[in-house]
Design a protein around this ligand. Structure first.
Ligand code: TRP
Length: 354
């Protein structure tokens, strides 16, 4: 006997709907290496595409970066590089917040509370910690272990309703939902924190290494030829695509065949994402053709799509004072939202504000 007009409405979403929006987004990128194609297609490009429908908080997660050793000067430079990439990708800093995490103290403050909400049993299931800590787990930082609770704080300090995430961050978002539910239950009301939804966008967003189609494209891969960075010049892009690993067969005839050939599949996925077509259309376009033809076409497309963005990033990085002003304004905007929510949390927990 459910009457759809009386169905329970998520009060968080209802408030945004009244403003013509679908919700509020928080997402972040770690300043731990030069940005590459995987970061762009998997995250930053989507951030730009969501800005019409959501109120967005896009953060450079410098607190997360130091869970593993970082060179201080490089950390600062890479923080600016990500801010430059956000801007170059077309995120409008006058309507949304672009900022670095450490400039909004409430992230760390809420993270402490969440360290006391999350259970050891939950944290022990986190697969990214196991991967990053590797064999020498005794020597991993306590921060690396607590990383997902800080990520939950990033999201919930804005009561964000949606988070665009890649496959590899889904488990952390699940944990965020568990923390929200437990906090609401232990300290507040059922709707205090929203139970944040993941936004998984685009089929071809998992970009793999150009040297090994079974490994993710990564900042930490020792080979420069494994990744295309966002500031690569046209000749570097061409060289990397030319040298990208393939197999001796012509291009796959169909999706089933592509799936069995990781390098071909990855390059087709990249092509599809850059061309904004679906993977099947890309497969059909090149089925049975030579890799060399395909690679030439992919090179042109990559240079066409990435060239202007890389040039704009370089222009911005040559003007650090401008980037810092954007980050300062973004932090002010973020603080204005985060501080009252932290105050509500502190009150709910029983912290005096004498
Ligand atoms: N853990 C994310 C990554 O490595 C980065 C991140 C930190 C994040 N806080 C976040 C992503 C909050 C989304 C929402 O990619």
């Amino acid at each position: 006997m459910s009457d759809p007009t009386n169905a329970p409405v998520n009060p968080h979403l209802a408030a945004y709907a009244a403003r013509g929006l679908k919700g509020r987004i928080l997402s972040g990128v770690q300043p731990t290496g030069n940005l590459h194609l995987g970061n762009y297609l998997g995250a930053i490009r989507n951030f730009a595409r969501l800005q019409g429908d959501y109120e967005c908080f896009y953060c450079v997660v410098d607190l997360h970066a130091i869970t593993q050793p970082q060179d201080p000067a490089q950390l600062a430079a890479q923080t600016r590089e990500i801010a430059a990439a956000y801007l170059a990708a077309g995120i409008d800093a006058s309507r949304h917040a672009i900022f670095n995490q450490s400039a909004v103290p409430a992230h760390a403050q809420l993270a402490w509370v969440f360290n006391c909400v999350a259970r050891l049993g939950w944290m022990n299931r986190m697969t990214q910690f196991k991967e990053k800590a590797g064999k020498d787990r005794e020597n991993a930082s306590l921060g690396l272990y607590a990383y997902p609770a800080l990520m939950a704080a990033d999201i919930l300090i804005y009561k964000a309703t949606h988070v665009p995430v890649g496959e590899d961050q889904k488990q952390h978002l699940e944990l965020t939902r568990d923390i929200a539910i437990k906090f609401n239950n232990d300290f507040a009301q059922p709707d205090f924190f929203p139970v944040t939804e993941p936004l998984i966008l685009g089929a071809a967003t998992r970009v793999m290494s150009l040297r090994d189609g079974t490994k993710k494209m990564s900042k930490s891969d020792p080979s420069d030829f494994s990744r295309i960075t966002l500031t690569d010049e046209a000749d570097a892009i061409a060289q990397k695509i030319r040298r990208a690993k393939t197999d001796p067969h012509p291009m796959p005839a169909d999706a089933a065949e592509a799936e069995k050939r990781p390098e071909a599949d990855n390059l087709l996925g990249i092509y599809a994402a850059l061309a904004d077509i679906d993977r099947d259309a890309a497969i059909a376009e090149f089925a049975g053709r030579q890799f060399s033809d395909f690679k030439a076409r992919l090179t042109d497309l990559a240079v066409e799509k990435l060239g202007p963005m890389g040039a704009e990033m370089k222009r911005l990085m040559a003007d650090p004072a401008h980037v810092d002003r954007v980050l300062r304004a973004g932090a002010d905007k973020a603080n204005a939202v985060a501080e009252p929510i932290l105050a509500e949390v502190y009150r709910a927990v029983g912290f005096l504000r004498p």
